[in-house]
Ligand binder design. Structure first.
Ligand code: NCD
Length: 323
């Protein structure tokens, strides 16, 4: 099989690298979500599945991960496939001996049918995709760039709740500058009409002006706010994020901005609507008080976390041409 460059899905997921939300159209997403619903039924009903029987998926994570790594591993196993799992390749693979990314990818593609990769440097997953000759590469987060599979599960969570992805109002809060989940989610939401996003962040962590302009050009209505008091009562979702400590050079700068905006029970009572869902890609490090967890509108430890595995089951089945 010849290697393709990451291109638009355009109705055909088979063998495509998944690098950016830009590859998807609303039609592709709606198909993916249909398959996700079926995958959810397989997982929830503990129905044994052999959709990925005989397939091996390699997970290579150059950065720490709990949810993305765990849910990809779980997704493969739910569908009867197997994994090669390498966390911290800098220490536990020949990367520690100086092997290049390109060689590492070409070695592992000899052993498996797809490679899921997370890397601290923007653009490296694309570089890995260009290096691979035979197998599709899936971006599990590249530095402050993108985290497409997180955005897919976030969008599925919103879609499951509201039955649509257009005409929505959301609040994106926290580290909008460095949060790759934010960058992918905004690209995804920009595919739908009449989306308004309120952007709440410390000044230092505002969405980059370039990204702001780009998303506006794509049709998102973006409103930057500086206080929780400006959160509209009618928001459909709040998407809170962690200040990305690992992207800071100076810890004093991090300490200054961390937890500037915190979701408290009081804030939820005052500013959330009856149907507002409260989302977070996790991990949280203080920016949502644990007392909020009991609120049924808080989906971050409920549907949002579970949907991660279902969406990844669907994506792998499609990319490996099993559906
Ligand atoms: C996110 C990530 O790694 O970008 N985590 C995740 O995959 N759910 C968010 C974060 O680390 O803040």
């Amino acid at each position: 099989m010849d290697k393709r460059t990451p291109t638009a899905i355009n109705g055909n997921f088979k063998n495509k690298d998944i690098i950016s939300l830009d590859q998807f159209s609303p039609k592709d997403l709606s198909f993916l979500f249909k398959v996700t619903k079926k995958m959810k039924a397989i997982a929830v009903n503990a129905k044994p599945s052999d959709i990925l029987k005989g397939n091996i998926v390699t997970l290579v994570f150059y950065e720490p991960s709990s949810r993305t790594f765990g849910s990809f591993a779980g997704a493969v196993k739910q569908l009867g496939g197997q994994t090669i799992e390498i966390q911290d390749p800098q220490h536990f693979s020949s990367v520690s001996k100086g092997e290049t990314l390109e060689d590492t990818i070409r070695v592992f593609e000899a052993y498996c049918d797809a490679i899921v990769i997370r890397h601290p440097v923007v653009g490296t997953v694309k570089q890995a995709a260009d290096a691979a000759f035979f197998v599709p590469i899936i971006n599990a987060g590249d530095g402050i760039g993108e985290h497409p599979t997180q955005a897919l599960l976030d969008m599925y969570t919103i879609y499951e709740k509201f039955g649509k992805l257009d005409h929505l109002t959301g609040v994106m809060a926290g580290d909008l500058l460095n949060g790759r989940t934010v960058h992918s989610l905004m690209r995804g939401l920009s595919l739908y009409k009449n989306t308004t996003l309120y952007l709440l962040s410390p000044k230092e962590l505002q969405l980059s002006r370039e990204e702001l302009q780009d998303c506006t050009k794509r049709g998102l209505k973006l409103i930057e706010i500086t206080s929780e008091k400006d959160i509209p009562k009618n928001a459909d979702f709040w998407y809170w994020t962690r200040v990305q400590k690992e992207r800071f050079k100076a810890m004093e700068a991090y300490e200054k901005v961390k937890n500037k905006f915190v979701v408290t029970e009081k804030l939820v009572t005052e500013r959330a609507g009856e149907n507002t869902i409260i989302m977070h890609p996790l991990p949280r490090v203080g920016e949502i008080e644990t007392t909020v967890d009991q609120d049924p509108r808080a989906v971050y430890l409920r549907s949002q976390i579970r949907n991660g595995m279902y969406v990844r089951m669907a994506l792998l089945a499609l990319v490996l041409g099993k559906i």
